[in-house]
Design a protein around this ligand. Sequence first.
Ligand SMILES: *[C@@H]1O[C@H](CO)[C@@H](O)[C@H](O)[C@H]1NC(C)=O
Ligand SMILES: *[C@@H]1O[C@H](CO)[C@@H](O)[C@H](O)[C@H]1NC(C)=O
Ligand SMILES: *[C@@H]1O[C@H](CO)[C@@H](O)[C@H](O)[C@H]1NC(C)=O
Ligand SMILES: [Zn+2]
Length: 485
Amino acid sequence: MVNADEVAKLCYERFSQLPRRGKPEPGREWTLLAAVVKVSRCSGSDSDEKEVVSMGTGTKCIGQTAMSPSGDVLNDSHAEVIARRGCVRYLIQELQRAVSGQGSSVFCPADEAGRWKLQPGVSFLFFTSHTPCGDASIIPMTDSQSQPCPPVTPVEDGEHSDGGGGGLKRKAEKPTEEQDSKLPRLEEAKQEESESLSSDGNPTHTAVETDSQENKSRYSTDRSHCVGAGLHPRLPDIHRTGAKCVLGGSTDPRQPGVGYHSTGVLRVKPGRGEPTLSLSCSDKLARWTVLGFQGALLSHYLQEALYFSTVVVGKCPYSQDVMHRALVTRCSHVSDLPAGFRVCPPVLLQSSLEFPFSQAQTELQHLAGQGRMSPCGAAISWCNVTEQPLDVTANGYKHGVTKKALGTPKARSLLCKWELFRSFLSLVAATEPSARPDSLRAPELQTYWDYKKASGPYQRAWQQLCSQAFPLWPCSDRSLLLFQQ
Ligand SMILES: *[C@@H]1O[C@H](CO)[C@@H](O)[C@H](O)[C@H]1NC(C)=O
Ligand SMILES: *[C@@H]1O[C@H](CO)[C@@H](O)[C@H](O)[C@H]1NC(C)=O
Ligand SMILES: *[C@@H]1O[C@H](CO)[C@@H](O)[C@H](O)[C@H]1NC(C)=O
Ligand SMILES: [Zn+2]
């Protein structure tokens, strides 16, 4: 049995050892942390050995128009996605060791020629400091969290903001029409699309009355349900997600309180001002319970998909039932999967230890005069590889590159599709032709998409998952996958 606190502590300690580059400014910026932990059963001992092999921070996702046809931009920089992609880098290096006879600490030969499997006693677990955005973050509030009159929270003076909100901020609920018309519309022109932050750190885009009724004070409380506070019982409420329902399915009813969201549906991440094509982290984690986290390319080399045995969440609002609904129930009925794939739901655990750079901790440490709070714009990836283990990005490109360098190799993250494809091709090149997996022998393989498509069982498993559980999952634009090297 995994000890959730031990895992959280290990990940926080590993994070604290990373250099400062890309880390949040204490007391002002916050971020999310995710990690992949390798667990090795030690023979002759009760305890397992645990080692962080990949970790990621990040809260941002770029919009569709910024996506690149050459695969050189990271469009999704949520911590969970960064941690998985870093883990793919790590696994490619381990396979490289395996195929070149250097000895891997992860893989050993499988029965089928050219394929590999996990060594006996080795497994992987996933840590995330907060419930994943999307369905797993739509959580009923406990009594103490759903106060009739939430404590004051700072708001900005009308400018666009992607930060600053407390977890309890509820600007989204518009007053009823009747109340609305009574309000002085002093600054009608300032009514604008503004981003307020929801409990999972994703901006929720809502038209907000910017300070009109609140008189330019730096503090504002949402009083829309405070009338007669004390006389009425507390209004039950839920934590919300900034991720929006995918088009073509249910939409959120947006009723006050618990009726705000639909549950159990696919959602896309919010980006700055525009929706993205990237699915919420809840949806991606659910997908990994069936397809594994190795991706289509590495599936060529593996006898079986790789699944997380356990998902550990750090201290934050949490519901076991909701995590189960989001990560397990939605895919538990999927059948007719090809050999090497199965429905493999993780054990779900929560730790009582909070990430020191969480939004809630940052709020506690925030000092007046520090400037307004915001999510940290950078994403850090670290994974245990020998060459360039650290990769810090902002807006999908290497952190700190000049505008002029955008589009050049210098600006590429090592986690982008292009670079992961390049490492994969170098793994193929390092594999003796006679020891290559059969699926890679076809001579016509050229583009990234060719290599993904040739991963037959993976694509068939994906079709089954899509048709049986996620028919609305948006297909990524094929033109974004046709690059070659
Ligand atoms: C605006 O704020 C001032 C004090 O800061 C207060 O006296 C006044 O009543 C407020 N007006 C409204 C409409 O809330
Ligand atoms: C990285 O992995 C190697 C084994 O491949 C291990 O010896 C080393 O301690 C790991 N480094 C860290 C920082 O975990
Ligand atoms: C980038 O966007 C595409 C949709 O075009 C999506 O399939 C892909 O998963 C996104 N990348 C990441 C890293 O999530
Ligand atoms: Zn997310």
